[in-house]
Write a protein that binds this ligand. Sequence first.
Ligand SMILES: [Ca+2]
Ligand SMILES: [Ca+2]
Ligand SMILES: [Ca+2]
Length: 277
Amino acid sequence: MLKQAEEFMNRFFRSTTVGLLALGTVFGSGEVAKAVSFGTSFDSAEPSLQELLDDITVGGPRIDTVNNQTGFNLFTNTASGGSVATFMFEFGDYRGINRFGIYNSSGMKAELFAGINDVSDGASVFFLENGDITVSTIGFPPGNVPSPSIQQYNAFGNIFGFYLETVEGTFFTENSRNPGGVQQAVVYQGNNQTELGIPGRQPGVFTDNEYIIAFEDLLRSIPGNSDSDFQDLVVMVESIKPTTPAAVPEPGTVTSLLVFGLGSAWTLRRQRKKLEN
Ligand SMILES: [Ca+2]
Ligand SMILES: [Ca+2]
Ligand SMILES: [Ca+2]
């Protein structure tokens, strides 16, 4: 009896997944039109974001830096009330200066990585019940290994975007906060298939609660000012999920369908877990 129920749920789950994939395609085609176009680095010796991701891909399909852009810009924590960020790459003249962190709707910033941080360094964010957050940042080899730091931020909340603070200003994952409304970051979501090995870390599957946030540190609203290589500071963040479908404007129906689709997938997965237990 239990086996039958499980089989039914499995079949149901599979068909829902197919439906979701179809939805994703509809949604994705809108995104592709909006996807950012990469430029060649001003320093021609720098690898592209595509090359960097290909280099650390140890299994599964490669991440397509153009077609896999999501448009997600605001996030929240998952159930544990904590999130972890891992520094992946930085290639640019301002690599020793750029600062990276999360910000909330009132513009309050919480720094995760300072100028001294580099590849493999980690930052944990603890989202407390009273709305405060605590950020602890730890340096790891390779590269710099700065001393650990802990910082508390009061009344930060748990809805946030990501920022990059550089000599040309502060850039945000929400385009509307950037000068000229331009896009300064691209965001990729894990696909549960690609295996990545970040230097200094054990390799593992790029799961769907993990996101790669890749920033461009030169202002793109001034023609010719930016090389748009989007590998000036790149971070992987896990145990987060988007609060909004995506920054892609319209179509509202597709958006709500996607939310509904994801909602049912979660419910089903939970139900399936219960059946398995
Ligand atoms: Ca660069
Ligand atoms: Ca390091
Ligand atoms: Ca750049």
